[in-house]
Design a binder for this molecule. Structure first.
Ligand SMILES: N[C@@H](CCC(=O)N[C@@H](CS)C(=O)NCC(=O)O)C(=O)O
Length: 263
């Protein structure tokens, strides 16, 4: 589209989409957000990108016909065109990228554990069905929910290293803790960088941030919480909460979680 704002295709509850949104918002870049829908939304992305096969994901930024197909690229683009302080400090880009790789690995492991849990355990799948669905329909929806999660697991090859997800998640959280030792507020220097953003968002899969900042997806707060990890890493959750309070504006009312349905 030649006029208007850049378009951000995003899943409201996805940590990957939140990384891109945060970078754009930090730089006070105006954009229009278009909600991605699981699976059906892929068709729209394929048409846009002229990519009939292979994996398509959100976030995707369409800045007047120039496409940015990865959250890191969107954040870099925001740094180039935006008006906020730099999220990729000069000379420290490699460190930011290393933290982003750590974030990807940790978030993917946490997501895989959650999705495989829903795909393989009918009770978990039943609990993830939105409260608004009438009781009588629930048993019918359980196998459908499990099949959808199974397809999602296949898209991201989550079963390939199923036995490693727990260790990968723990390793990511431990590195974050080590880097923040001594009460440090930032991973690089003493200002907010994309390293902070990318690692703060990992905690969405441990203990979701206040719903005023972003909603939780299928399964709600309970489905996205990992009480055993949250109990082990309260320092990291407190660090994430402080970053949000200082650097991110609430966009939604306190009861917003309740309005989000599956997909
Ligand atoms: N490396 C990509 C990964 C994005 C990614 O994994 N996105 C998932 C977030 S849950 C997605 O698009 N899910 C929706 C779908 O697969 O339909 C990025 O950082 O943008």
């Amino acid at each position: 589209m030649p006029h208007g704002y850049p378009l951000l295709y995003a899943l409201p509850y996805s940590p990957w989409s939140e990384k891109a949104r945060w970078a754009l918002d930090h730089h006070r870049i105006a954009y229009e957000e278009i909600e991605h829908l699981l699976f059906v939304g892929d068709i729209r992305l394929r048409l846009l990108l002229k990519k009939p096969t292979g994996r398509v994901t959100v976030p995707l930024l369409d800045d007047h016909g120039v496409f940015f197909t990865d959250s890191l690229d969107i954040a870099r683009h925001a740094d180039e065109i935006g008006s906020g302080s730099r999220l990729f400090p000069a000379g420290r880009e490699a460190e930011v990228e290393a933290w982003n790789r750590k974030s990807e690995a940790t978030m993917s492991a946490l997501r895989a554990q959650m999705v495989l849990g829903l795909a393989d355990d009918p009770r978990a799948a039943r609990a993830a069905i939105p409260p608004a669905v009438p009781e009588a329909l629930r048993p019918l929806l359980v196998p459908i929910a499990q099949r959808v999660m199974g397809q999602f697991a296949a898209k991201y090859r989550m079963r390939d290293d199923a036995d490693k997800h727990a260790a990968t998640a723990e390793e990511g959280l431990e590195s974050l803790r080590a880097a923040l030792a001594g009460g440090k507020k930032h991973l690089i220097g003493d200002a907010l960088s994309y390293a902070d953003i990318t690692m703060a968002i990992v905690l969405q899969g441990v203990s979701p941030v206040d719903a005023r900042f972003m909603p939780t997806g299928p399964g709600g707060r309970e489905g996205w919480s990992r009480p055993e990890l949250a109990a082990r890493y309260p320092d990291l959750i407190a660090w994430r909460d402080e970053l949000y309070t200082k650097h991110r504006r609430p966009t939604r009312g306190p009861a917003a979680d309740a309005r989000i349905a599956v997909g």
